[in-house]
Design a protein around this ligand. Structure first.
Ligand SMILES: [Zn+2]
Length: 524
C-alpha cells in the first residue's frame, strides 16, 4: 500500500490552498430551473468562484491575473471583486460611473479565480443584474426572481460624468461616503499614479504620495463626516502627504488603489466589521468543552490488516468508544463528538468537517500501525503532529493512512502536498501547534506510565485527517498489529481499556493546562 515515498497528499479541493475548507454545492435557482456550482466553506461562510457564477448566470466574465480582480459583466453594469479585498465596484457601462461597496470579509484568490462570500455578495449581484437575487444560508441556495431591481434608484447614482482630459491635478476630486461598516474616502485620479503608502498613529492616518499633485481646494471643500474629522494636505520633501484626523471608535483602515476606475479608496472600518471572529466567539474559545474522537478507517476501509486477520478499524473503534465513555462518565461539561461511532466509512475530509462544525477544542485520531511483512519485530506506540515528515518511515505511515482516499468517491478534492503547500498548511496550524505539542507530550508521559505497548515517541508527518481539523490535533498509532505482542494487547479488552485510560488521563491534564494558560493570556 505504500506508494511513492515522497508523495504526501494534502487535504484540499479544486479550490483553496488553505485547510479547513470544504467543498459543497451552491444551488442557483432561477424560475423553474436550478443548477449547481461548487462552493467552499471557510469558517462558516460559503465562497463561490466568480467565473462559475458568471457562467451559470450566462454573462461574460473577465479575470485580470496581475491585479487579481474579476469582473462579472451584466447587460448594463459590471461588478468587480478583488482578491484579499473587501471592495466591490459596480460600474454603470453607459456612463462609466462607479459605486463602491464593501463586503464585511474579503474575497479570496484561488487558481486564477476570485472567490466571493456569497451571502454578502448577492445584494450586489441584484444591483448588477437588475434581478432580485437572494441567498439562503440553510439550503446554500441562491434564488433569482425576475422582479426587476433598479440599481439607479437603489444606490442613488448622482454623479456627473467627468471629462478627465481637462483636469489639472493628479488627484482632482474627493468625496466622503458613510457606509454601514465605516467611512469611505474616495479620491479620483486623473491618470495612473503610484500606489500611495500609509500609516496610522495617534488617530491620524497618513497617506504618502509620490510625484503627484493634489487639488487642495477639493480637499478643503470636503464635508467631513463619519470617522473623518479633518483632512489636510502637506508637502514633505516635495511629495504630498495627506493627514486624516480620525474620530475614536474605528477598528482598522485600508487604502486601496484601483487604477482601472482611477480611484484611491480609503476605508475606515468600524468595529462591526470585525466579524470573522467576534468577541463572543473569542470568549467561547477559552473553554475546553468539546473533544472530537476520530476512530480511523471503518466500513469498506479496514485499515491495516494485522496478524490473525485483526482489522485496524475494529481496534480503533473499540479504543475510541472506551475513551469516549470514560470522558462522558468522569468529566462534567466536556462533550464528546465522534466522527464515527460504528463500523461505517467516513471520508477523511468529512472527519475534519465534523470536528470543525462541532467547534472542537481538541481532535484525536486513533490508528494502529503495521508493517508490510508479518509477523515483524517492529512494535510500539507513536503520537504524530502535523508537520512535514522528517523520516522515510514517518512519511510511509502518513502515506498509508492517507491512501484511504482511493476508496472515496471524489479523491480529486485532495491535492498533492508539496513543500510549498506544506508551508501554508503549517502556517494555518501554527497557532494550534503549541497546544498539539503539549498534548502529545502529556499523552506520551501518561502512556509510558501505564500502557503495555512501548513508546516510540512523538513524531511528525503529513496526515490529511489532521490538515482538515482547525484545532489542536494529534494522531495516535497505538501499536503494531503486525507484531505478536502488540496485537495481543491491542486486541484485548484490558489492553484497550488501559490505552483509553492513559489517553483519558492526558486529556484531563491537558484540559486544566489549556484553560489555565488561555485565561492567563486573556488577563494580560
Ligand atoms: Zn490507520
Amino acid at each position: 500500500m505504500r506508494i511513492i515515498a515522497y508523495l504526501l497528499f494534502l487535504f484540499l479541493f479544486q479550490a483553496f490552498n488553505l485547510p479547513g475548507l470544504f467543498a459543497s454545492d451552491l444551488i442557483i435557482k432561477r424560475g423553474n430551473q436550478s443548477a449547481k456550482i461548487p462552493s467552499i466553506n471557510l469558517r462558516g461562510t460559503e465562497y463561490v468562484a466568480t467565473s462559475q457564477l458568471a457562467k451559470i448566470l450566462g454573462v461574460n466574465y473577465y479575470f485580470n491575473p496581475s491585479r487579481e480582480k474579476s469582473e462579472i459583466k451584466f447587460n448594463d453594469y459590471n461588478l468587480k471583486f478583488t482578491a484579499n479585498n473587501q471592495f466591490v465596484i459596480l460600474t454603470a457601462k453607459k456612463s462609466n460611473q462607479h459605486q463602491i461597496f464593501q463586503l464585511p470579509i474579503s474575497a479570496k484568490l484561488r487558481k486564477g479565480d476570485v472567490y466571493i462570500p456569497i451571502k454578502y455578495s448577492v445584494k450586489y449581484l441584484s444591483y448588477a443584474s437588475g434581478l432580485k437575487t437572494s441567498y439562503s444560508e440553510e439550503s446554500n441556495r441562491v434564488t433569482i426572481v425576475t422582479t426587476k431591481v433598479n440599481a439607479k434608484e437603489l444606490v442613488k447614482w448622482n454623479e456627473t460624468l467627468v471629462d478627465r482630459s481637462s483636469i489639472k491635478y493628479d488627484i482632482f476630486s474627493a468625496k466622503i461616503e458613510n457606509k454601514s461598516n465605516g467611512t469611505l474616502l474616495r479620491l479620483a485620479t486623473k491618470g495612473k499614479i503610484r500606489k500611495p503608502s500609509s500609516s496610522i498613529s495617534n488617530n491620524t492616518l497618513y497617506i504618502f504620495f509620490s510625484d503627484i499633485s493634489i487639488d487642495k481646494n477639493e480637499i478643503s471643500k470636503l464635508n467631513v463626516r463619519g470617522f473623518i474629522r479633518h483632512i489636510t494636505v502637506k508637502h514633505v520633501n516635495g511629495n504630498p502627504q495627506m493627514e486624516i484626523k480620525l474620530r475614536e471608535g474605528y477598528e482598522k483602515y485600508e487604502v486601496f488603489y484601483d487604477d482601472e476606475i482611477g480611484e484611491i479608496l480609503v476605508s475606515i472600518h468600524n468595529k462591526l466589521l470585525k466579524n470573522e471572529s467576534s468577541n463572543d466567539d473569542e470568549i467561547e474559545k477559552w473553554k475546553f468543552d468539546i473533544i472530537v474522537l476520530d476512530a480511523g478507517h471503518g466500513g469498506k476501509d479496514p485499515g491495516a490488516i494485522g496478524l490473525n486477520g485483526v482489522k485496524e478499524k475494529d481496534i480503533n473503534l473499540a479504543v475510541v468508544r472506551e475513551l469516549g465513555s470514560l470522558i462522558e462518565k468522569n468529566v462534567k461539561n466536556l462533550k464528546v463528538v465522534y466522527t464515527r461511532d460504528d463500523d461505517k466509512f467516513v471520508e477523511l475530509y468529512k472527519r475534519g468537517k465534523i470536528a470543525n462544525e462541532s467547534k472542537g477544542n481538541l481532535f484525536i485520531s486513533v490508528h494502529c500501525n503495521s508493517t508490510p511483512r508479518k509477523p515483524s519485530n517492529a512494535r510500539g506506540f507513536e503520537v504524530y503532529l502535523l508537520r512535514p515528515g522528517r523520516t522515510k518511515e514517518a512519511i510511509d505511515i502518513a502515506e498509508f493512512e492517507n491512501s484511504v482516499i482511493s476508496l472515496e468517491e471524489d479523491a480529486s478534492r485532495y491535492k498533492q502536498l508539496n513543500d510549498e503547500n506544506f508551508i501554508l498548511v503549517s502556517m494555518a496550524h501554527a497557532s494550534n501547534m503549541r497546544y498539539s505539542e503539549t498534548f502529545a507530550d502529556m499523552l506520551n508521559t501518561e502512556w509510558i506510565k501505564q500502557v503495555g505497548v512501548p513508546s516510540r515517541g512523538i513524531k511528525q508527518a503529513g496526515f490529511y485527517v489532521l490538515v482538515g481539523a482547525s484545532m489542536p490535533s494529534i494522531l495516535i498509532e497505538t501499536g503494531f498489529i503486525s507484531n505478536k505482542n502488540d496485537v495481543k494487547y491491542l486486541n484485548s479488552r484490558s489492553g484497550q481499556k488501559e490505552i483509553a485510560k492513559s489517553i483519558f488521563n492526558s486529556i484531563f491534564k491537558y484540559k486544566n493546562y489549556y484553560e489555565t494558560s488561555l485565561n492567563t493570556e486573556l488577563d494580560k
